[in-house]
Design a protein around this ligand. Structure first.
Ligand SMILES: *Cc1c(COP(=O)(O)O)cnc(C)c1O
Length: 290
């Protein structure tokens, strides 16, 4: 376990805060192993976006890789480069940037980029031209979540452009990705529809000449409940931190973050005394509170 709040280490003579959030990196490693097992041969991309869900991106990434994760998933390019600067050489995919962003730093840092719209493809191709580097891209399809992702309407035209850009040496398509709307509700019919749409798009891409070796749709919930979806990678996030994404799964996940505090003082209260803002709690009998 490592202490959270860096402010505690300000100076030796400054008292630390009496409350702590502790991050158990052994639990991250353990949970990664559980997810690798659940993936049944598919690769595991540990999702460490948003500073690893607030747990510390670099330390969590290293622990997840120790536990057998194959790749790391983040939102922003800055998050990906933070991991590169820490010396992490594993495959990293970033999926949040604007079409107006300059993404050359991602290519220079060997960071894979999702392509969620035709405009994002323009941006990546331009960066490949300007750097002379081949961009590794993962087209992100909207299979039913209706957030970011290439629409069914745009897909045929985007596919044509992907084929041309790969033939021109500007990009390498690592595979296709999509994101679920209802994975935490096993049995919801939308899940099957989304899986079928991504399989259809992979088949179309392969027929057009893109190998698409590593395709992925599953978040934590789908990783743990749908091992037979037939894609080559999964992208669990919340389960890595020890939370059951469905709520009733029989799975050995260990909580990664725990909160502890030292007691400032104790006092005796008489029955009926209201406590704190709005007195929303009243002592049911004479008691001691901390
Ligand atoms: C956050 C995220 C994940 C991980 O989702 P969990 O529900 O936390 O497992 C996977 N893929 C994408 C695109 C995400 O944004």
């Amino acid at each position: 376990a490592i202490p959270f709040g860096r402010i505690d280490r300000m100076a030796p003579n400054v008292p630390p805060a009496p409350c702590r959030a502790e991050i158990n990196l052994d639990a991250v490693e353990h949970n990664a192993r559980v997810l690798v097992d659940a993936a049944q041969g598919a690769r595991v991309m540990a999702v460490v976006k948003a500073d690893a869900y607030g747990h510390g991106a670099v330390a969590v990434s290293l622990a997840a890789l120790r536990g057998g994760a194959d790749a790391l998933g983040v939102t922003t390019i800055a998050e990906a480069l933070q991991l590169r600067e820490a010396g992490i050489t594993a495959e990293i995919l970033a999926w949040i940037y604007l079409p107006s962003d300059d993404v050359r730093a991602a290519l220079e840092g060997n960071v894979d980029l999702a392509v969620p719209s035709p405009a994002h493809l323009d941006t990546v191709i331009q960066a490949a031209r300007r750097t002379g580097l081949r961009a590794r891209v993962t087209p992100k399809l909207d299979t039913g979540l209706a957030r970011s992702g290439i629409t069914t309407e745009d897909w045929p035209q985007v596919l044509e452009r992907l084929v041309a850009a790969q033939a021109g040496g500007l990009i390498e398509v690592t595979g296709l990705m999509a994101h679920f709307a209802h994975a935490d509700d096993p049995g919801n019919p939308v899940i099957d529809q989304q899986v079928a749409r991504l399989h259809e798009a992979v088949a179309q891409a392969r027929a057009a000449g893109l190998a698409c070796p590593v395709n992925h749709h599953a978040n934590s919930a789908a990783t743990l409940t749908r091992p037979d979806d037939g894609f080559e990678m999964v992208r669990p996030g919340i389960a890595l931190y020890g939370l059951d994404p469905v709520g009733n799964l029989d799975v050995d996940l260990r909580p990664v973050m725990s909160f502890t505090a030292d007691i400032l003082m104790v006092k005796r209260l008489s029955a009926g005394q209201g406590v704190s803002y709005g007195h929303t709690w009243h002592a049911p009998h004479d008691t001691t509170v901390a």
